[in-house]
Design a protein around this ligand. Structure first.
Ligand SMILES: CC(C)(COP(=O)(O)OP(=O)(O)OC[C@H]1O[C@@H](n2cnc3c(N)ncnc32)[C@H](O)[C@@H]1OP(=O)(O)O)[C@@H](O)C(=O)NCCC(=O)NCCS
Length: 236
């Protein structure tokens, strides 16, 4: 079922001429690990880039160790994943409805982030906060739940932090969500694995690609009225 879903997604990407994304998805399931092609974007957000219309009033709160059981019921993650919360290595903002957790996102400070899926450590500086593992229950998507959670995170840490996240380039929904919230793409991270030989390219995001990406994600403007096209994307 899982493979059928992925194949269907690859087919949809091809129909929209997103061939590189489709190839990337398919290589993740090539048996024997002969070829793997992955690309992610490191997105960066400053609180001052967030427009007022991007703040949502849906109540959210910080999760505690007592919420781990209900988080684990929402989505299947390996056991150790939740330990970051119990051990205080990360905090987690959750949204609830009728006593059920309907969405969450983790965040940690500390200057660097080890991305397990890529076996790579990102250095984001002492005022950098790393946001990861955002998830909203499918029945509650597209209602502003993620934005409310993000609002909770940014308000909890305040303006002096910069917020970073890594988004897979095949995940158009997440990319669109981040960019319409005000994030800028800082770097492009490409991983190619060929018969066990691993090559990693961590480069600044080529700004010349922004208009094409914006078209692809159907974005013309981002939060606060700032344009996503190259001139405005240079803002610091
Ligand atoms: C990505 C995810 C967390 C978004 O949660 P959400 O609560 O649906 O997001 P919101 O309702 O707050 O939407 C925020 C923005 O995201 C974008 N977005 C959300 N769902 C979208 C969809 N299906 N298609 C296109 N854009 C979408 C929109 O730009 C939206 O703003 P808009 O409605 O003003 O246009 C959710 O889709 C999810 O859990 N996906 C699976 C896990 C995942 O991919 N996590 C991200 C890993 S980096």
């Amino acid at each position: 079922m899982f493979l059928v879903e992925k194949a269907a997604k690859a087919w949809r990407l091809c129909r929209h001429h997103y061939y590189l994304e489709a190839v990337s998805l398919l290589t993740r399931y090539v048996p024997g690990g002969i070829l793997l092609f992955k690309r992610s974007y490191l997105v960066r957000l400053k609180a001052k880039w967030i427009g007022a219309e991007q703040k949502w009033n849906l109540p959210v709160r910080l999760a505690t160790g007592a919420d781990i059981g209900r988080l684990a019921m929402l989505v299947d993650r390996e056991r150790g994943h939740w330990e970051a919360l119990r051990q205080g290595r990360a905090f987690c903002v959750i949204a609830e409805s009728d006593g059920n957790i309907i969405g969450y996102e983790f965040c940690h400070m500390g200057g660097s982030h080890y991305e397990q899926t890529l076996d790579y450590r990102f250095d984001v500086g002492p005022r950098g906060a790393w946001c990861y593992d955002a998830y909203v229950h499918p029945s509650y998507r597209q209602r502003g739940v993620w934005r409310a959670i993000q609002t909770g995170i940014t308000e909890y840490l305040g303006n002096s932090y910069e917020f970073y996240a890594l988004v897979d380039f095949t995940n158009h929904v997440s990319l669109r969500a981040h960019l319409t919230r005000g994030s800028r793409i800082a770097r492009r991270f490409t991983e190619i694995d060929l018969w066990g030989f691993r090559f990693i390219f961590n480069k600044p995001f080529p700004k010349s690609m922004l208009p094409r990406l914006a078209r692809r994600l159907r974005i013309t403007e981002v939060a606060g009225g700032a344009n996503i096209l190259p001139a405005a994307a240079d803002r610091t």
